[in-house]
Design a protein around this ligand. Structure first.
Ligand code: ADP
Length: 516
């Protein structure tokens, strides 16, 4: 087992700062806690033992005085005095106030081996009675004593015994004033204190030892998963992205390990994507560049090769390169969040028909059949430029992958909230809460079901040999996906191999009117 509880680190001033590890901290906290507890116990049990005891005894005497005051001047006084003195193991003397002299006690009980009040001279008793009367009817006096008897009323150490005398002057039920003397012995507590102190020392030593051992075990247990996680994190930092955080220990470390494993898997995925991206981008950029430089060199070196076809190839490749760079920039701007949608209300029907108008030259020169039909004039809330780009990319693909059929149909249909098509009679109002779905359909080769989920990925091209694949950047659908996701719009594709594809996306309608 590797034990390192301290780790020296340099602070800002260049001095070494000691940073305790989790094990060191747990041991320190645990020990400090135990020491605090022991100090508290020592204080309550030993330091305050004497005063607790004295208070308890004083309370006893007060209780006795109160009870006997109740019975003063009644026939039950004597019986009560014996009962209570026996219970508390104390001495009691009751005199009539005017008759304090040897032999004239109303009650005399000796239930303790050293009854001080029974050995005090008459004058002393009278003096106490006098002082008690002046003191509002009660007096408490403490005596230090040695085994031979009284030492004085200001106890000096060392003393073996201490005595407390309680004097109460009270009016009895028979109208006579009585003086009730009681005394109680403070059993010497020094020996108890010494015994407790000794016990406490052993207890403290044992508890501290146990605390340190259990703190170490506890700390090892707690820190084990963290240490192993730290090792794995170091590997991760060095580029080992395999999820190797062990899910062990307590709930938090298990959750942390799971999160880190997930993070490692994500980093690994991102790293793979990054490598693929770099490979794809460099390949895609290199291909047209090689073509351009190759054709340019041929035209420079070989007389007669300066043909319009060769020049057109250079122009085409340059256009492809420009498209690729533009798409890369667009995608990275959208992905990084630097190009944010500017939401405005606009006529989607109008925007779609404008896009279709741009492809008019294809109809004229290449014999394409391009149609656009809309159920109504629909206004939506979105970034018009972005939605136009989505439509352009989808129509471009329909043209590029539409095959010999050369047919591209764009429709704008209305659907209700449950996804049912809305059939609207001219002159009647439109229902509320409609969705507008734009579908771009071609009759090309379609996409194989196993490729459908991949076509939205960056740089994915189903078939590199495909007709006009050279003009594709592999980024068009990624841009479409990013834009539609930014808008929270639903989108998808239905495609059948050999039959063609329908790419669609949907927006909530703000307002709708009959087509103008
Ligand atoms: P590209 O620039 O290559 O067109 P896209 O991201 O737009 O990149 O499309 C990715 C791939 O999806 C294309 O290379 C193509 O194989 C396939 N694809 C896209 N649209 C269609 C379509 N309408 N019909 C058939 N295949 C399509």
């Amino acid at each position: 087992m590797k034990w390192s509880c301290r780790d020296k680190k340099k602070n800002g001033n260049g001095k070494k700062r000691i940073v305790f590890g989790i094990k060191g901290r747990i041991v320190i906290y645990f020990t400090a806690f135990v020491l605090m507890m022991l100090t508290l116990i020592w204080f309550l049990q030993i330091a305050l033992l004497d005063s607790f005891y004295r208070n308890a005894k004083t309370r006893e005497l007060r209780t006795v005085a109160e009870v006997l005051s109740e019975y003063a001047g009644t026939p039950d006084l004597r019986e009560k005095a014996f009962e209570i003195a026996g219970n508390y193991k104390i001495c009691v003397l009751v005199y009539e106030a005017g008759n304090i002299s040897a032999g004239s006690e109303t009650v005399s009980v000796e239930c303790s081996p050293l009854c001080l009040i029974h050995h005090l001279p008459e004058d002393a008793l009278k003096d106490y009675a006098q002082r008690a009367a002046e003191n509002g009817g009660s007096l408490l006096e403490t005596f230090g004593m040695d085994s031979s008897g009284i030492r004085g009323n200001r106890p000096e150490k060392p003393v073996n015994h201490k005595k407390v005398i309680s004097v109460t002057v009270t009016r009895g039920k028979d109208g006579v004033d009585y003086v009730i003397f009681s005394d109680s012995e403070f059993t010497p507590l020094h020996s108890v204190e010494t015994l407790l102190s000794m016990q406490f020392s052993w207890l403290a030593a044992g508890v501290i030892l146990l605390a340190v051992i259990s703190a170490v075990l506890f700390a090892v247990n707690i820190s084990k998963p963290l240490i192993s996680m730290n090792e794995s994190a170091k590997k991760l930092a060095k580029g080992d992205y395999r999820p190797n955080f062990r899910v062990e220990g307590y709930r938090e470390t298990r959750e942390l390990a799971e999160t880190l494993n997930y993070a490692a898997a994500e980093i690994s995925r991102a790293d793979t994507l990054r490598s693929e991206l770099v490979a794809n981008v460099s390949h895609d950029l290199r291909t047209p560049l090689t073509m351009i430089s190759g054709y340019a060199e041929v035209m420079r070196d070989i007389p007669g090769e300066n043909t319009p076809e060769n020049i057109q190839t250079i122009i085409d490749e340059t256009a492809h390169l420009t498209a690729l760079v533009n798409d890369m920039l667009d995608l990275s701007k959208i992905e990084s969040g630097s190009r944010k949608p500017v939401m405005t209300e606009f006529d989607l029907t109008e925007a779609a028909s404008e896009v279709m108008a741009r492809y008019a030259h294809l109809r004229e020169h290449d014999g394409y059949r391009m149609t656009f039909s809309a159920d109504a004039d629909v206004r939506i809330l979105a970034d018009r430029m972005m939605i136009t780009q989505v439509l352009c990319n989808l129509v471009n693909n329909a043209v590029n992958y539409g095959g010999e059929a050369r047919s591209v149909d764009v429709t704008l249909r209305l659907f209700d909230n449950d996804g049912r098509p809305v059939s609207h009679l001219p002159g009647t109002p439109f229902p509320d809460k409609l969705k507008a779905r734009i579908t771009v359909s071609d009759k090309g080769d379609g996409i194989a079901p196993e490729n459908i989920s991949k076509i939205w990925d960056r740089y994915y091209k189903v078939d590199i040999q495909h007709r006009r694949a050279a003009v594709g950047t592999g980024l068009g659908l990624s841009i479409v996906r990013e834009i539609l996701q930014l808008h929270g719009a639903e989108f998808g594709v239905e495609s059948t191999l050999g039959r063609g594809s329908d790419f669609w996306f949907e927006f909530g309608v703000l307002s709708v009117s009959e087509k103008t």
